[in-house]
Design a protein around this ligand. Structure first.
Ligand SMILES: [Zn+2]
Length: 239
């Protein structure tokens, strides 16, 4: 077995992510034609990846696994403890600057995995409240897209105590990972709203991934090009 496959197998034993996808009818259907397995790069593309990794020292203590272009719809993501999964298509198509920012974003997710208490405290200081999965009505829970970067240790968070963003599949009959809309669940009346709370917009603007504070903060901090552990931890102290 390849080292890459071993890393994915170990990750599966630790997070149960793929098993959770298989056990959720909509998440399973959304991934039905994906190949979740290691892939390989030609030498020039491998050199491009290595150069970008070298320029983002935060990645230095992590494992980068190249996966099939269709794995999780070609979305870069992470697995425990320290595996960054980069779809082959992403590495091939992204300009190096964008690839470095993406590696930084993913490395921040690994930093979140390694420092759960620190990040929990950062999220709380930024205005979020953890919400137990059992508090989300099942009819909404079954429609939520699973994200390996956010479903452990704390899958749901409320903005300002009661507004929980949910990444819901747009079509229940034909779910795809690319067709998801964020709806806001008001925990006071368990009703879904489309518009984000005004205070959320004031804090984050209209971000690309408003589904979870780990995503919001990874996007924000990667855009600041915090490529080293020192730069990242110094920034986190400002929260
Ligand atoms: Zn992310």
């Amino acid at each position: 077995m390849s080292l890459a496959q071993e890393a994915l197998d170990n990750a599966g034993a630790l997070d149960g992510y793929r098993a959770a996808c298989a056990g959720s009818p909509m998440n399973a259907a959304a991934r039905a034609d994906h190949i979740y397995a290691p892939s390989f790069l030609d030498m020039p593309t491998l050199k491009k990846l290595y150069k970008c990794m070298f320029e983002v020292p935060l990645v230095g203590t992590m494992n980068v696994v190249v996966v099939n272009s269709s794995a999780d719809n070609g979305y870069p993501h992470t697995r425990p403890h320290s595996v960054i999964c980069m779809p082959k298509s992403t590495i091939l198509s992204m300009p190096s600057e964008e690839l470095k920012d993406t590696l930084c974003h993913e490395a921040i997710h690994i930093h979140q995995r390694r420092n759960p208490e620190l990040w929990r405290s950062v999220c709380i200081k930024d205005g979020w409240t953890p919400i137990g999965t059992s508090k989300i009505p099942f009819e909404f829970l079954m429609r939520c897209r699973l994200n390996p970067d956010t479903f452990i240790p704390q899958r749901f968070w409320a903005w300002e105590k009661y507004n929980v963003p949910l990444p819901l599949f747009t079509r229940e009959d034909q779910p795809t990972l690319g067709a998801v809309q964020i709806k806001w669940l008001d925990m006071r009346n368990l009703t879904l709203y489309t518009d984000p709370p005004p205070s959320f917009v004031k804090r984050y603007g209209n971000p690309s991934q408003p589904e979870h504070p780990f995503e919001l903060l990874a996007v924000e901090l990667a855009s600041k090009k915090l490529y080293s552990e020192e730069a990242l931890t110094a920034n986190l102290k400002t929260f």
